[in-house]
Design a protein around this ligand. Structure first.
Ligand code: GLP
Length: 309
């Protein structure tokens, strides 16, 4: 990919064909890190995420464990978040999600698994969050943090308004997030109103960050996070300030990136019939003119000039 084609992208972004391919690619990166550190006699500290997006990565890690002998005996994990209040045994808990979808299928030592507790009393939440931060530090910090992204642009549960220096804490969930979780809870009213989450600042301390998104419903927030300005209204934009973050997305989630949606804005393109249709439709939207009212001047101004240089 030539530099100019991605020049609007402020987070290095890799677009893959589908969810399975994404899972393999990211699992390979994690396995490589584990092996490199293992050879040096060092443990690997992974920051892990829940949600449907990382499932493919977890499936592939489990396969590597079973078929290739990839061992997790020297791996320490810290999960991003948990609903509050939440019993760890509940079917809705992230504890249960992680044990069912990953930990119980690996040779990881239970003592090496760390998850924020959603079942402590409210007055103990602050202490629980401090204890978590201390445990991350005591483990030597996170080597690789895996992230998904919510439609509000949250990472972990850092909803709009979360600052770049925010730490592990209790947070009120955004309405959009609660709507997205409604199906899992058999109705929006049953979705907890709060959660405990690592802060943006906590996440940014990871040495490497891998953020994932799949599906067209994520296309808007992906382009906002990758190409938009850094803004506390969209926590994922803070990843632009991190030196070793890679965004892995599928083609559907990448649909609104400039290099996919309007590549003629980045430089010369090959004008296939489909691309021509896309460009004309786009120009009509941009100029708020019907297609048949578009003039040579409109084309020259907005499309050709950009493309010909
Ligand atoms: C929840 C989690 C996030 C996750 C997001 C997206 O809000 N707290 O960590 O990234 O959901 O979930 P999904 O991958 O299912 O779209």
């Amino acid at each position: 990919m030539p530099d100019q084609a991605t020049s609007l992208e402020r987070i290095p972004t890799v677009i893959v064909g589908d969810h399975d391919e994404l899972g393999c690619l990211v699992a390979c990166r994690i396995a490589e890190l584990m092996r490199t550190r293992g050879r040096a006699g060092r443990r690997t500290v992974l920051g892990l995420a829940t949600g449907s997006t990382p499932i493919g990565v977890y499936r592939e890690l489990i396969r590597m464990h079973r078929e290739e002998g990839l061992s997790f005996a020297q791996v320490v994990t810290f999960n991003l978040d948990e609903y509050y209040p939440m019993d760890p045994g509940s079917v809705h808990s992230y504890h249960r999600f992680m044990w069912e979808n990953l930990f119980s299928l690996l040779d990881i030592a239970p003592d090496n698994v760390h998850m924020l507790r959603g079942d402590v009393r409210r007055e103990q939440v602050g202490e629980e969050c401090r204890r978590y931060e201390d445990a991350i530090r005591a483990a030597g910090g996170i080597d690789l943090q895996l992230l998904g992204i919510g439609r509000t642009g949250h990472i972990g549960f850092n909803e709009p308004g979360s600052g770049i220096e925010s730490r592990t804490r209790l947070i009120t969930l955004d309405l959009v997030t609660r709507k997205d979780a409604a199906a899992d809870f058999f109705g929006e009213d049953s979705v907890p109103r709060e959660a405990v989450t690592m802060g943006v600042g906590t996440i940014l301390e990871a040495r490497e960050i891998v953020i994932l998104a799949t599906g067209e419903h994520k296309a808007h927030i992906v382009s906002r996070a990758v190409e938009g300005d850094v803004d506390h209204e969209v926590a994922a934009t803070f990843l632009q300030r991190h030196a070793a973050t890679t965004f892995y997305i599928d083609t559907a989630a990448g649909a609104r990136l400039t290099r996919v949606a309007t590549p003629w804005l980045l430089g010369p393109v090959e004008w296939t019939p489909q691309r021509t249709v896309n460009a004309v439709t786009w120009l009509s939207h941009e100029t708020e003119k019907a297609i048949l009212k578009l003039t040579q001047h409109d084309y020259a101004e907005r499309v050709e000039d950009e493309a010909v240089e």
